[in-house]
Design a protein around this ligand. Sequence first.
Ligand code: MLT
Length: 200
Amino acid sequence: MIHLYEQPKKQGAPIFLLLHGTGGTEQDLIGLVQLLHPDAGYLSVRGAVTENGMPRFFKRLAEGVFDEADLALRTKELMAFIKEKSETYQFSVQELIPVGYSNGANIAANMMFEEALFAQAILLHPMVPRRGIPLPNSEGVNVFIGAGANDPICAASETEELKALFEGAGAHVDVTWSNHGHQLVMPTIESAASWLNNQL
Ligand code: MLT
């Protein structure tokens, strides 16, 4: 998979797993690293499928309607890729903190629905990736969700549903709301940075 890797500037600083939104690339979220944790490293991945030329992490049948078979396949591929790169670059997967936006947040959430791989995650405008499946025991997992009260792609009720699903599996979830839509806004990033600061 096309990706960029940068090791943390200080020992013990996190490594972000940067996962862009539809139409983005592995370059898109790098600017967030400085805002979230200036000493962090990152593994930034480009989604492996394209929709009308736009990179994504999995196929969809329509906006907000996921191709579940492709989602399952791409989730497995991404998890295998992360494990492989942890050996190449000599980090432990537990050091990774997914920072996903939109489609990238959705595949991050789906990885977390598969396996409690990550201790923390920053999900920006995520949806519920799948329903009706048991989640792995997620006690000790801390999730930050940045949501838009007027997000036309992810309704507020879906954000609440995702929070409840993670909490049902034992995770701790903090949600920050902006009054905006699906776009990423600075106050959300600032809340994510202070949330992260309290975690580390
Ligand atoms: C998705 O397909 O993952 C969601 O609709 C969000 C997006 O548009 O990327």
